[in-house]
Write a protein that binds this ligand. Structure first.
Ligand SMILES: Cc1cc2nc3c(=O)[nH]c(=O)nc-3n(C[C@H](O)[C@H](O)[C@H](O)COP(=O)(O)OP(=O)(O)OC[C@H]3O[C@@H](n4cnc5c(N)ncnc54)[C@H](O)[C@@H]3O)c2cc1C
Length: 377
């Protein structure tokens, strides 16, 4: 069985690892170059994502991810200004209820990507933009790329994010709705905040700060084990550059309405404009951020999609559902479920379309969570 995956995000790469370990012929085509585009700095990985990684990745990869995650996150804090000082004014358990996050740990997104790419060097083709597919009478799928390349698959998987070109052709009725929300997101080294008390106040918990009419989301990532040392210990095959200079930081996100975005200047400057009225410590967070990791993301939603008959084309992750704050976990969980189903088919225990149908049923039962994901640019 040959599986062609479009997209080297968390979903596509988790799937590729799982299939490869089971002996399935898999190839991943990725539009971007090897360094990828800036997609935000960290991910809250909960048990859904972590258990998918444990199931699909080789043990050394899992050990590397676990060694470099932040501390356990079991509650979400609310901070506000009290007499001019930022204080914790409330907290909620991260118990997954009422749209709340599940317990998990913060991981450094570029590092997770590099770990996921390790060992797949001969499987991932960069700079390959999928353009279209064709279902053939013999059950196979022809796949075409912008550079004129082509491939033939028994299964084509769209893991190509919310703007998915695979989904646009396969499920053209699915709509992506732009919420009008924009997210300015960046990261600031903890060393720039020494003496402010902010990292200590937040601890390992995600925090929402409401101050002076603005909301800021914060998350401090203190690597449990320094990434360079963890690489030596757990995954020496990991590209050395993936851990070079990686240090503890605070991730921040400023949700902003489209109309409130200022001049089309550098994204970091826009963030500084938005932060100008914030309390001094939050202004410092934005002022001292790494300009080149500051990104602006457009947020979109995919309304739940009516069932479709199973075929040799399917979709995982943001390509088929959106979930702000936990879409990466759902993408990895989808990848694990699809992997299990395809391996059953590969071993002759299930027909191929039954396997894909089984995966898609599970997607419909638990995957269509409400929320917003980044809109593809
Ligand atoms: C601000 C923000 C914060 C977030 N925080 C979290 C969090 O803490 N925890 C969490 O679980 N999730 C979080 N998410 C969501 C998470 O980032 C996504 O849900 C996740 O990346 C989806 O993974 P994916 O593999 O489905 O798609 P993507 O990560 O979008 O990957 C898709 C890949 O496909 C490639 N591609 C696209 N089109 C083509 C094409 N035509 N041909 C070839 N390749 C193509 C893209 O270049 C990309 O590499 C956050 C999202 C945002 C916007």
């Amino acid at each position: 069985m040959r599986v062609v995956v479009v997209g080297a995000g968390p979903g596509g790469l988790t799937l590729a690892h799982g299939l490869r370990r089971a002996g399935v012929d898999v190839v991943v085509y990725e539009r971007d170059g090897a360094s990828g585009r800036r997609q935000g700095i960290s991910l809250h990985v909960d048990e859904r994502g972590a258990s998918a990684l444990r199931s699909c990745l080789p043990p050394a990869h899992v050990a590397m991810v676990e060694a470099t995650g932040g501390g356990p996150r079991e509650r979400t804090l609310t901070l506000s200004e009290v007499d001019g000082v930022l204080k914790v004014v409330g907290e909620q358990p991260t118990d997954g209820r009422a749209g709340r996050a599940l317990p998990g740990r913060q991981v450094h997104r570029p590092l997770l990507r590099a770990v996921l790419l390790t060992g797949l060097e001969d499987v991932v083709r960069f700079g390959a933009e999928f353009t279209r597919f064709e279902q053939r009478a013999d059950g196979t799928v022809g796949v075409w790329f912008a550079d004129g390349g082509r491939d033939t698959a028994d299964v084509l998987v769209g893991a190509d994010g919310i703007g998915s070109a695979v989904r646009r052709q396969y499920l053209p009725h699915v709509r992506v709705v732009d919420t009008g929300q924009r997210m300015l997101m960046g990261a600031t080294p903890l060393r720039a905040l020494v003496g402010t008390g902010l990292p200590e106040l937040v601890g390992d918990s995600p925090a929402r700060v409401r101050a002076r009419g603005t909301m800021v989301v914060l998350g401090v990532l203190r690597f449990t084990e320094p990434p360079a040392a963890a690489r030596e210990r757990w995954l020496p095959a990991l590209r050395r550059g993936a851990v070079a200079g990686v240090e503890d930081y605070v991730m921040w996100a400023l949700p902003v309405a489209r109309e409130r975005l200022g001049s089309p200047d550098s994204v970091w400057r826009r963030a500084r404009e938005q932060a100008v009225d914030l309390p001094p410590v939050l202004r410092l967070v934005v002022d001292e951020a790494w300009p080149d990791v500051t990104v602006e993301l457009r947020m979109g939603v995919i309304p739940p999609t009516p069932a479709w008959p199973a075929g040799p084309v399917t979709v995982v992750g943001d390509a088929v559902h959106s979930a702000r704050g936990f879409g990466g976990n759902l993408a990895m969980r989808d990848a694990h479920r699809l992997c299990e189903a395809l391996v059953e088919a590969h071993r002759g225990r299930l027909g191929l379309l039954d396997a894909i149908g089984r995966y898609e049923d599970s997607l419909r039962r638990t995957g269509f969570a409400p929320g917003a994901a980044e809109v593809d640019r």
